[in-house]
Write a protein that binds this ligand. Sequence first.
Ligand code: HAM
Length: 426
Amino acid sequence: MNYKSVKGTADILPAPAGSIELRQAMESISQDVFQRFGYREVRTPIIEERSLFVKSIGEETDIVTKEMFSFKDRGEREIVLRPEGTAPIVRAYLEANLHKTDAFQKFYYIGPMFRAERPQAGRMRQFHQIGAEAIGSGLPEIDAEIIRLLAALLDAMKIRGYKIRINNLGCKDDKAGLSKTLRTILDKEKNALCDDCKKRLDKNPLRVLDCKNESCRTMVRSVFKSVKFLCENCEGHFKKVLACLDDLNIKYELDPFIVRGLDYYTQTVFEVTHPELGSQDALGAGGRYDNLISDMGGPELGAAGFALGVERILIVAAKQEAAAYPDDKKVIYIATMGEAAKKKGFGLLDSLRGGKWEKKMSFDMDYENKSLKAQMREADKLGAKLVLIIGDDEIAKGEVMLRDMMTKEQQSVKFDDVARTIKGKI
Ligand code: HAM
């Protein structure tokens, strides 16, 4: 074989080779949950202008400096494959002037994102996110709803054992004050920092707080203990968010070292981790971004959101009962013997496929003139509940032989009664 999928990308195949069924179940579960919470779907393009992410995620962030897939189009415009969903949703909201009809709107998205990271377990170059953005409100109840929604999604997907860790970065001024303080106190201990953090100290000192390097961690934990940087307003907001989460019975841990790798965050930030994930342990993350809309040329409006990583959920799901999300589709198989039966079966298949069904259905038959035994094997492989067998005898009588694959019982059913009989048995 001459061709392989590009490094860090993967085909998503049907079972048993792949797990498209699990992803489809995850998407359908998510759509139900989003609907309950009043979030509506938005699909933005995969490609965006590079400047959108430079402005929103931040010029000095890892994503912008080294992880974007970028190219120039024929008009010499700088285009990138979207590395995340928040900035595109805000762009779409402003471009369509949605804030003029109803400033507060809630959206969700499910789709591929692209980051040129070094691939490893749970880290892909094309990965998928399930995300939500509540745009147009600065109220603490929204932060709590966003976290509740994230937990509701994981619960509905039967993911157990995740941990929610929360922090508050404060408003723009608080963040600037904290950066300044960190620069001063960390500068004295510069030698204990890794090379990356030495650079960060200059450009983005907040990121030193979540460096994974052991010596940086130890040093930062010793000097950062007593730094107070939140203004009264932000402290009040955070208290209300936590009180709402308590009212909702959501378990969380406070973690002053969560700073996030995207610059648009203000106030509440959170990460959801899972011990089954190893070093890439974030199932999802998010927070409030109260300056992004105005920074992108829109009005002063608050917003909050999150994104879950689908591939990471699948890693955890594979180790838990979630790997068996119920597949509730009913499979019906038509087995035929001889040319005339095949022709009759072909017509019956089409009318069943076009019929009205309340349950999720799947109808199939063999086109390759296999033996009856081989067709029954195929029906079994597809998980058929019922098989409709048609031979010359059945055609002569205007009937099919309906076989229940569980009970092995068989009964003759008139052609016109087939759909009704199937409905009574599924
Ligand atoms: P993020 O933390 O960059 O946030 O990504 C969210 C989640 O996407 C991560 O927790 C992880 O599960 C998954 N993820 C990220 N990179 C990869 C990768 N290379 N391979 C596999 N999974 C990955 C955001 O993207 C923000 N837009 C979240 C947000 C929405 N904040 C507010 N609204």
